[in-house]
Write a protein that binds this ligand. Structure first.
Ligand SMILES: [Fe+2]
Length: 467
């Protein structure tokens, strides 16, 4: 077959998708590419520090080619090169990766989401992200405008993402814009890592391990209600030793359970009802999602909820629904997770490449929330219009806190819970405006937030009658 597939002298192929990393474990890497004609190829994987190269010869059945490279050494940086094996040999592309070293160690993980539509924005974001040298990318879905259009996989993903995808495998939790297309399994055929996944959905939901972290990728385009194959599979994953023995448990799913970034959309009710309780019960640390083209962060019952949907698509409308979300903005952004053993540092960068949000999780250290602030002087009953509330953090010296306030009964109408931009010393009184826009009986609520935006319980005023 070699002589049939080998190109004639001088007959080169066009590279449609430059060689990209689909999957990297401690001993295996899966590399894929696409050319305009089927060609036999050779993948050469060389340890950066020197040593014996691994060579894999591939006879593709289609123009989309895949090389499964096994026998790699854990914790090793490799470079790779993909070339046709005809005469002359043509280099199709090069790249590099780090094999996993299971167990506690330092590692950097990139996060992108909703990179569809505006390729220039995606290119800028992924170029900046790669300067952090992530060994793995998490993508929370919506890779392109319409996943059934094969050309968009090139124009919106593989072409603007080629210099990212050749240096880090990207694991995707697929979104609604991939349209549940067969192109998903054609171009991103993630291996089956757990049993119990029906054939037609393999690669749509899957798991991966890296260092001491365990990742679960769900596909919110498939049913995940009780009794559904995905729900049953998910429960099996939660009971698995691989999940239970991991230090960090990160779940990626395109649909958010809670969202404040889109007016009229507060998140997916089925996610809230069926999956969030399982996440809380089984110790999911981070629930990473997209869909809303924003960045949002909240902490609820042990789970940190992150919307990382600012990968390329434009800003949209603005709504606010869930007071536990403490950081939110309709920004283009990417995020970087640094794990070092029991410590996880999360950073979100905006489209000016400025740090927008950061927080740290530490295993074995309680996620201590601030104490509740005190209302020193509250608003009074009276006419419609503006009043003030004076707050104080009760603790002594040493801490600095932000505050945010709102009118409990108007929280779905008022954009009230923006934290104060600056932090105030504990014990310092801070006076903030309260705007009663219509008559009624109201309670003003307030909370304190620490440097990581960890929020206290709400303090609630007496009833205020506005006429
Ligand atoms: Fe979406």
């Amino acid at each position: 077959m070699l002589c049939v597939l080998a190109p004639a002298f001088g007959q080169t192929v066009s590279v449609i998708k430059a060689p990209y990393l689909l999957w990297v474990t401690d001993t295996e890497a899966i590399i894929m590419w696409e050319t305009n004609a089927v060609r036999q190829a050779r993948v050469t994987i060389s340890p950066e520090g020197g040593g014996t190269a691994v060579v894999v010869d591939v006879t593709p059945a289609t123009v989309v080619a895949q090389a499964v490279c096994t026998g790699l050494a854990p914790g090793t940086r490799y470079t790779f090169s993909v070339s046709t094996t005809g005469t002359p040999s043509q280099t199709l592309g090069t790249g590099g990766f780090l094999t996993d070293s299971p167990g506690p160690r330092e590692m950097t993980i990139g996060v992108l989401g909703d990179t569809q539509e505006l390729a220039a924005n995606f290119l800028l974001n992924n170029t900046r992200l790669m300067k952090h040298k992530p060994e793995l990318i998490l993508h929370v879905g919506d890779l392109m405008t319409n996943g059934t259009d094969a050309s968009q996989w090139n124009t919106q993903l593989f072409t603007p993402g080629k210099d990212m995808l050749r240096f880090a495998p990207m694991y995707v939790s697929f979104g609604n814009h991939e349209s549940n297309s067969p192109n998903i399994r054609k171009y991103l055929p993630y291996p089956e890592t757990m049993t119990g996944n029906p054939v037609d959905s393999r690669g749509h939901w899957y798991t991966a391990s890296r260092g001491n972290a365990f990742f679960i990728f769900l596909d919110s385009q498939y049913a995940f209600t009780p009794g559904s194959p995905q729900y049953i599979w998910f429960n099996g994953v939660l009971a698995s030793s691989a999940f239970r023995n991991s230090t960090w448990r990160i779940l990626c799913c395109h649909y958010p359970a809670y969202s404040v970034g889109w007016e009229g959309y507060d998140g997916d009710a089925n996610m809230r009802t069926y999956l969030v309780p399982l996440m809380e019960q089984h110790g999911i640390d981070l629930y990473m999602k997209g869909h809303t083209h924003s960045y949002e962060r909240g902490y609820l019952n042990g789970v940190t909820h992150i919307i990382n949907g600012g990968g390329a698509a434009g800003n949209e409308t603005w709504g606010r629904n869930w007071p536990f979300i403490v950081r939110y903005d309709l920004i283009l952004q990417y995020s970087v997770i640094k794990i070092n053993g029991d410590k996880l540092e999360f950073r979100c960068y905006d489209f000016g490449n400025k740090l927008y949000d950061k927080f740290t999780l530490q295993k074995g250290v309680p996620f201590t929330l601030p104490g509740t602030p005190v209302i020193v002087r509250g608003p009074k009953s009276g006419p419609v219009g503006k009043q003030t509330i004076t707050l104080k953090y009760p603790a002594g010296e040493g801490g600095r806190f932000r505050y945010r306030i709102g009118i409990e009964e108007r929280r779905s109408e008022d954009g009230f819970w923006t934290p104060t931009p600056i932090m105030y010393r504990a014990g310092q009184e801070i006076t903030l405006p309260v705007d009663f826009k219509s008559s009624g009986t109201y309670h003003v609520i307030a909370q304190a937030l620490d440097a990581q935006y960890r929020a206290s319980d709400w303090v609630r005023s007496e009833a205020i009658v506005i006429q």
